[in-house]
Design a protein around this ligand. Structure first.
Ligand SMILES: [Zn+2]
Length: 218
């Protein structure tokens, strides 16, 4: 059984997640850590719960999701898992952060590729990787069928979807991800944990999220 802790980090209120199971091994997803106090919040939680970080997972390469990669990798000596199509963005993260007024250390470049259909494991648990391009080409969701939840990154938010107007965005891919991939893969009783905003369920999204309705895209 996977437990989930959510943190809102940096000025964009990006959602970082720590997932762990009974073995106390954990993965850290999207560490958008932007300050010493945010570093301390994450470390405190890991220490107080006796967790052992084993992997750093990224839903995509945008700067607000990756700002704390160098810190986490140095602190816990763990590798970064990212879709190959977003690796370039990660390698530009320091530059991009500077444009937004954040001074970060360069994220490590020796990352591990994750592709659609892969499983990422930790402890006795595993997460399925679903490639959902649109917000970025290498955007992925992390899905646990057993524990009925999905981390949707900036692909799907409660009642909304991620931007597609940035250079690495693509509207027709987003349509395909939201109309053909996500609703077919995720059962209605799946809990949704997004990259920004509040949590939801797939049933709520099917009922309320206008972007899951093909008609809005015409
Ligand atoms: Zn993003």
């Amino acid at each position: 059984m996977i437990s989930i802790k959510q943190f809102y980090l940096n000025e964009l209120r990006e959602c970082c997640y720590i997932l762990w199971d009974q073995t106390k091994e954990c993965v850290i997803v999207d560490p958008g850590i932007s300050s010493k106090s945010e570093e301390n919040r994450i470390i405190k939680f890991i220490t107080e719960n006796n967790l052992t970080p084993v992997k750093l997972l990224l839903t995509h390469g945008h700067f607000d999701h990756v700002m704390g990669c160098a810190f986490i990798c140095n602190k816990y000596q763990i590798p970064i898992y990212i879709h190959p199509k977003d690796k370039m963005m990660l390698s530009h993260a320091k530059q991009t952060c500077q444009m937004f007024g954040y001074n970060i250390d360069e994220p490590p470049t020796n990352t591990i590729d994750i592709n659609d259909g892969d499983f990422v494991d930790f402890g006795n648990s595993k997460l399925e990787v679903i490639n959902t391009p649109g917000h970025t080409w290498g955007s992925v969701c992390f899905y646990s069928k057993e524990d009925k939840f999905c981390l949707t990154g900036d692909t799907m938010f409660a009642g909304n979807c991620g931007r597609t107007d940035l250079p690495e965005g693509d509207n027709s891919s987003m349509y395909n991800s939201l109309i053909n991939i996500i609703p077919k893969k995720l059962a209605p009783d799946t809990d949704i944990y997004a990259g920004h905003g509040t949590n939801s369920t797939m049933a709520e999204e099917l009922a309320n999220n206008p972007y899951l309705n093909p008609k809005i895209w015409i």
